[in-house]
Every structure is written in structure tokens, then in C-alpha cells.
Write a protein that binds this ligand. Sequence first.
Ligand code: BTN
Length: 266
Amino acid sequence: MEPAVVRRPPPPGVPAGPAVTSTVAGWTLHEHALVASTNDTAAALTPWEAVRAERQTAGRGRYQRAWASDAGGLWLSAVVPTGPPEAGWAALPLAAGLAVCEALQALRPGPLRLRWPNDVMVGQRKLAGLLIDQFRPGAAVVGIGVNVANRPASVDPGLAGTAVRLADLVAEVPELSALAAQVLDRLRGVVEVMRTAGFAGLLPRVNAWWQTGVQVEIETAGGRANGAFLGVDSSGRLRVGTPAGTVQELAAHQVVRMRELPSGDC
Ligand code: BTN
């Protein structure tokens, strides 16, 4: 089972090469040509610092998958200050997904949606993914990968039918530094709302991005069950309509995996 926020020991010192550092949208941003994983580079940083790399040699996705990270994509990790999960911070992955979705929507790429917990999708294809690591208490590293003008399928042919890039969707592809600034600006905004109003302050914005009603298969420690995805509640719990007509609420840590079912496959 992989929780939405993965607690990890800090990685051993990772050589990342020289960086260009600037102040962007209230963040200190370190931009590198090449790192292993921006999340691992960010492990040594403090809140409101961020790392962007042109390429990653060991980009990480969820479920211990590799993340194709060739040149031309946005590979960004931001360190955010957090509080305890029971104070609402368990919903940070949802808030971060909202920030990325809103930043990308500003580019008018067509119909975006969020797939629980925080994949940014165009139809059935993935435009952006997030990996949130917690290396120490009080801070989380929000890792963000956006396919921009990179070529995911040339790194992994299996991504040909499942990934989409901004370059496939918009006439003018943004500069990666400018896109990083827009994402960081949105991320700072949602984290500030979390700090003042809690996740409940973001709930209508988050729930506006799901494809609700879609049939899903949910795997928990107790087994697998199908239902209709109904969004999340003010604590960030997943809401699922059961075949019996009730609504089941599940905290992220209770869900091993959620899979959307093709229509007609209920
Ligand atoms: C997923 O959907 O599986 C999550 C993908 C997260 C990829 C990003 S790229 C920047 C940051 N550094 C990493 O090693 N992973 C995240």
C-alpha cells in the first residue's frame, strides 16, 4: 500500500551540479541542468524553496515507478510547510493537484480534469503527475511532473497511448521557467488557504475538477469493490457511491489503489 504522502528517510547527499537561483512568486527557486530526482534534491531544502531541473536521471513516480524525465518537460519540486495529518494536512496531495490543474488551465489546453488523487488528465491521457514525499516532520516535498515538449514515448514506448503533452494541446508552448513560476504561484496560494482555512477552504475548487459519477474499482486492505466516484469531503476523504445506494468515505491511507473502469465495465 502506498499512502498519498510517502514518508521517507532523507536520501544520502545527492550531487546535483550547479544551480541558478532566483526569487519567484514568493519562492527561492534553484534551477539545475541535471539531477537524479528533484524530490531528492529538495529533501535538503527548507520551506518555500523549490528545485527545477531540465532533466532527471532517476525521476520517480508513484508506486515506485520510474518517471520519464527527458528534456522539455517541467520537473519541479517545492518544499511546503505542513502541520499534522489530523489537522487537515493529509489533504495536501489534493490541494497540490488543484494548484497544478489551475496553473495549466490558465494556458487553455482544452478540457482538463483531476483523476484521484492528483493526476492531471485530458480525457484518458495523463498531462501531469504529482509525487509527495515527507522527509522530515513539518515540511513536505511536492514533486510535480508536467509533460510539456518532452517526448515521453521515446523514453518509454508504453506511454504512447497514455501520456499527453502541452505541446499537443496549445499553440504556444510556455517557457519552462515561466510555467514553473505559474505553478509555484498557485501552489503558494493553495498552501496559504490550507494554513488559514484548512482544506475545507479549497473544497469547492477541488471538487470542480473531478469527473464525478465515473465507475471506479477501489482496492483497500479489505479487498476490492466497485462504485461511483463522487469527489472528496471537507477532510479530503474519497466519497464513493456504493451499489447499495449508500456513500462510503475513505481516507487516502485506506485506499491501496483506485482504478477508473471503462464505461460499460461496472
Ligand atoms: C506520478 O504520477 O506517478 C507522479 C510523478 C511525479 C514526477 C515528478 S517530476 C518532479 C519530481 N521529481 C521526481 O522524481 N518525481 C516528481
